[in-house]
Design a protein around this ligand. Structure first.
Ligand SMILES: [Zn+2]
Length: 720
């Protein structure tokens, strides 16, 4: 949903917080370094208004490689300096020094992020491919620096008997933990094996992804003109274009990807073709040929278990979840299993509704997995009669942007003022910049960059990033945050009309931006995210789109200026619980398998059998499948990002639903001043400077309960 910072380097491990300043005082290469540094604009300190801003108007793809390499070189020099400091290790000379480091490379990565997500080109992608292994090597050089780790460990151990100030203590603990979780405490022999396993895993991950990609590219379903029943004109047009690009003029291509499969299964009247398209999609990585992923998965599971075993963990899930909000696999499983029965019970009702529609149509079928989306759509039209085109007439981008500012004003006391055109450099004319200040004191908080429109070279979807984050440990750093979307640019003078989903996403991404702006942390590490917590704040902000204040002022018809009718809003709200049996079940089945695979003994595991038997034990309804079947579950097997973490979406959803009820219950509703203050103070401003569970308790007076989520999904609330 979001791409927070492209600074993988930083989120991977705290250890990449390298180098700043002149590490080279006694170094005879100082002259060269300084010279090159000054020549390459990407490495330079930011100048200009608002405490300095990125020189987006001067950035060049040609400068990237040199800048990254120089940034890494400076980074490693400073790490060496910290590691070889003759003074005994202290918080200041070790942990704070690490926090202070990496500024040049950080600056380069702001430009790098723009060039990869907003303004990409084949030229840049070549550079990216060339730099990827070097950046990975750079990270390893830091995470495996023994002298550095010994210093961190000394500071950490001292802090266990003589605690530091709260925020310093947390930085020390997070830093130590990150090194420790990545094997820094192992002896030489185990470290060697650890590195071997990681290397082996990284090539298995690549192979896994490539196999899925192969099956996505090689199972295309071609339709003839007679087989287009039910499909929309725009879908047909793009299918024709894809077919002709693939040398099949006059035909229509259904590619083996979600964006092609999903609408086809929803609308096509050709049942046999639906079955074929469904089969192709859900068999990716599972075709029993050289691109089959099942054996790779077994190897990955074995290696993961061996690797965490070196550090004394029983299984991968236990290792992974220790620094997540859920803390243990049991907690994550408990949540999933609490929702599961209601989800599969709802599927039964949905199937019955669909079967009734099929029977009434005289279709003479029994609902199969390739029928679910098709008949669900028929039920939706019958039950909710919601015309998405009608809704769009009330959702103008300009007005929605004003609605964001209004919400931020009411909850955070922020004011947004456009900066004078040309005063802050931007990377494209479409990008607009606002200054964010405190309404009362006028204090400058930061700048908000909005890049709203689709263009070639911009990745799809919507995301939020920071170019600079708030910290105070070396003076007050103000925030530079951005939101990025892919709205279609209108003809001059025309309004940009967006769908309800897109408006919701717009609020979601702005939630990330508010999370960046409101940070009150002292150290950079404390700005970091916790995977099962960091989507919560942004999901929560989505709820303000349908508040009366926003509806009445900003959701107005682009021609008449009339607010959106209450009956239409009611329909939208009612439709939000529609098909939750399907959505929740397909998601949870994947999340449960993800967790159970990593809790199981991987020795001699048969992936196909494991998936089949586990789903059977869970009473998985036969009318649908996992959202991501194991052989193509890229979240979990093309890397480690979401391994035993796919549950995290629902974890954040529980918090979202529960927190939004705190507003519903308050006298002032969603704009209640007291709850809003707690929202800012406990849920937004602290970021990762306190344990998320503790922060939530301060907000709500108790832990989050599951009931609100059940209500939001239209499921029966379990009785205690
Ligand atoms: Zn997000």
């Amino acid at each position: 949903m979001t791409k927070h910072n492209l600074r993988h380097i930083k989120t991977l491990s705290l250890c990449a917080l390298i180098a700043f300043t002149t590490s080279c005082k006694d170094d005879d290469k100082k002259e060269d370094t300084t010279m090159t540094k000054n020549e390459n604009i990407l490495l330079q300190e930011w100048t200009g208004p608002f405490d300095g801003v990125p020189a987006f108007d001067k950035m060049n793809v040609e400068d990237v490689k040199d800048a990254v390499e120089k940034g890494m070189e400076l980074g490693l020099k400073d790490i060496e300096k910290i590691a070889n400091n003759p003074e005994p290790p202290t918080f200041e000379n070790t942990i704070a020094a690490m926090e202070r480091s990496g500024k040049e490379l950080d600056r380069v990565f702001t430009y790098y992020g723009i060039l990869s997500s907003n303004m990409s080109s084949p030229e840049f992608r070549d550079i990216q491919t060339e730099l990827a292994p070097k950046l990975s090597e750079y990270n390893s050089k830091i995470s495996q620096n023994e002298k550095l780790f010994n210093r961190i460990k000394t500071v950490y151990e001292a802090s266990q008997t003589t605690p530091l100030e709260d925020d310093q203590q947390r930085v020390v603990e997070l830093t130590y933990k990150s090194f420790e979780m990545n094997g820094a405490n192992l002896d030489a022999e185990k470290k060697k094996r650890y590195a071997e396993i990681n290397k082996e895993l990284s090539s298995l991950y690549t192979k896994f992804s490539n196999n899925v990609l192969h099956d996505e590219e090689n199972y295309v379903t071609y339709l003839t003109k007679e087989q287009l029943g039910g499909l929309s004109e725009s879908f047909t047009r793009s299918a024709a274009k894809i077919a002709s690009d693939k040398g099949q003029d006059g035909k229509y291509a259904i590619t083996n990807t979600r964006s092609s499969m999903d609408p086809f299964l929803t609308y096509s009247t050709e049942r046999e073709l639906r079955k074929q398209v469904w089969n192709n999609y859900y068999s990716r990585g599972d075709n029993g040929d050289e691109y089959d992923n099942k054996e790779l998965i077994a190897q990955i599971l074995k290696l993961r278990k061996e690797r965490v075993g070196l550090m004394g963990y029983d299984n991968y899930a236990e290792w992974r979840l220790q620094d997540r909000m859920a803390k243990t696999p049991e907690n994550a499983m408990d949540l999933m299993m609490a929702v599961w029965p209601a989800a599969i019970a709802r599927v039964k009702e949905e199937v019955a509704d669909m079967q009734a529609v099929a029977n009434a149509n005289g279709d003479n079928i029994t609902i199969e997995p390739w029928d679910y989306r098709y008949y669900a759509e028929k039920v939706r039209q019958k039950k909710y009669d919601l015309d998405s085109e009608e809704v769009k007439q009330y959702l103008q981008l300009d007005k929605l942007t004003q609605a964001l500012f209004y919400t931020a004003g009411r909850l955070f006391n922020y004011e947004f003022t456009p900066v004078a055109e040309g005063s802050v450099p931007v990377f494209h004319d479409d990008v607009k910049v606002w200054e964010v200040t405190d309404k009362d004191s006028g204090k400058h908080i930061g700048l908000w960059y909005l890049d709203p429109f689709a263009r070639e070279g911009k990745r799809s979807g919507a995301w939020a990033t920071t170019y600079r984050s708030h910290t105070t440990f070396d003076g007050d750093e103000t925030v530079l945050a951005s939101n990025n979307s892919n709205f279609v640019k209108p003809a001059p003078g025309e309004p940009v009309l967006v769908s309800w989903d897109d408006a919701t996403t717009f609020f979601h991404e702005f939630g990330h931006a508010l999370h960046f702006f409101s940070s009150n942390v002292k150290y950079p590490t404390l700005n970091g995210g916790v995977r099962d917590y960091t989507e919560f704040q942004s999901q929560l902000l989505e709820r303000w789109l349908s508040t009366d204040e926003v509806i009445n002022q900003f959701l107005v018809h682009h021609k008449t200026g009339e607010p959106i009718p209450a009956s239409l809003v009611e329909k939208i709200k009612k439709a939000s619980t529609f098909n939750q049996g399907f959505g929740t079940t397909e998601y949870l089945a994947s999340a449960l398998i993800d967790m159970k695979l990593h809790l199981a003994d991987p020795e001699n595991i048969d992936i196909e059998k494991f998936e089949r038997e586990t789903l059977k034990e869970l009473n998985m309804p036969k009318e649908l499948v996992m959202r991501h079947r194991t052989p193509h579950f890229g979240h979990v097997f093309s890397g480690e990002g979401y391994a035993t973490a796919y549950y995290g979406y629902m974890w954040a959803d529980v918090l979202t639903s529960d927190a939004s009820e705190a507003f519903k219950e308050a006298p002032g509703g969603f704009y209640d001043a007291e709850v809003a203050k707690k929202l800012v103070d406990y849920l937004f401003a602290p970021r990762n400077s306190m344990d998320p569970a503790e922060a939530y308790r301060l907000f709500r007076g108790r832990d989050a309960k599951i009931e609100a989520l059940m209500r939001d999904r239209g499921f029966p609330v379990p009785k205690k």
